[in-house]
Design a protein around this ligand. Sequence first.
Ligand code: 9WN
Length: 446
Amino acid sequence: MTAGAVPTRTSGPTDLAGLRRLAVATLDANWEHGHTVPSRTLYPHQWSWDSAFIALGWAHVRPERAWQELTSLFRAQWADGRVPHIVFNPALRVGAYFPGPELWRSADVEGTPTMDTSGLVQPPVHALAALLAYRRAPDPAGLAALRRLYPALVAQQRYLAERRDVAGDGLVCVVHPWESGLDNSPAWDEPMAAVDADPAVMRAYRRHDTAHADAAHRPTDLDYARYLAIVAAYRDHGYADRDLADGHPFLVECPLFNAAFGAAEHALAEIAALTGADPAAHRVRADRVTEALVRRLYDPSTGTFQPRDLRTDRLVGARTVLGLAPLILPGLPARHVDALVAEARSPRFGVARWMDRPLPTYDRTAPDFEPLRYWRGPSWLNIGWLVRRGLLTHGRPEMAAGLRRSMIDLVAGAGCHEYFHPDTGAGLGSPAFGWTAALLLDLLAD
Ligand code: 9WN
């Protein structure tokens, strides 16, 4: 089936079988010889954390594709263990996405794979996705795939622990907002304000995203000028990670990224147990990450987790949904769980047994809340999925059920959109988005 043949919505909110068909058709239409594109128009290559969520979706309908998805991503892993955030499809024309391989120049770096990639990473949700995919489809082929993936997943964690612990505090530092996955979140406004860049440089480039999505729903030209300046700084040091603290323009410890980093160790412990390896060291590391998150990123004055800007050594002020992500850690102390549950319930995020509006990505009471602009307000299914998982982990089934219902209603009302208006539920961004379809399948199966 072609992308154009996929219906964008179903006949009604209670048509669960129709929703499932829509999700499967969306994934099928985005399947591309061994991996799934997030979107045929906006993101026609392979993206790292998208592939993890998408693999979990495939596990419900075609488990062999779940394993192909993760295997193809890890084929692009660098010798140092990093899993690049974009793996470029060589069959696509130059300019199919901006910034393309000509900006990243991965082939100039030693230890990179034969295919072109970016040099950044994304939240390491892959071990968790692999474990959950196996639980959804626990057959011998899945177990064999887990066994094959395990060393690569361990190397991914080792890269982050050894090369990205810039502050030496046990947490991973992201070197670009794109690494957070929530590119233009208000969480990055303070650290980004210090990045020197002129929006006029964008006149020399053709942005691909604004040809396919409303510019008012996307990051600004000033954001992009800064994104490019940070990429150039990292690339021109050979993506080497040495001396980052001495001058790299963006260095931030993100609560969601580090929650995923810790959750990956928990998942690896279970994968190790399933495949006959030793889980003990993973459990120790998971506990250490949890302890470091609490010590370094929890802000008792707001009762939530905040990113730390390593260039000022201060927590950023904006209260975003990133702060709720540590709920996915089973070892989070009860006091911090209670604080995050209160934050989730507050008018800022509105999670409840019966939700009147979907979960936003930013404090909806903030004066600079933007309901249409990407990660500055709109609702995204991957974030809701993670928060729901956290609520279930800590025994809050009613809030988790409310969140699940609200996410299903979003897709029932608007289709498998990339993101949704946090008041009206209107679909925004790409209309046939991979992880929305995949995570909907996962939610429907519960
Ligand atoms: C840059 C693919 C990716 C997601 C990110 C999302 C968006 C890219 C972009 O799309 O980022 O990596 O061009 O805006 O922010 O989370 O992985 O879906």
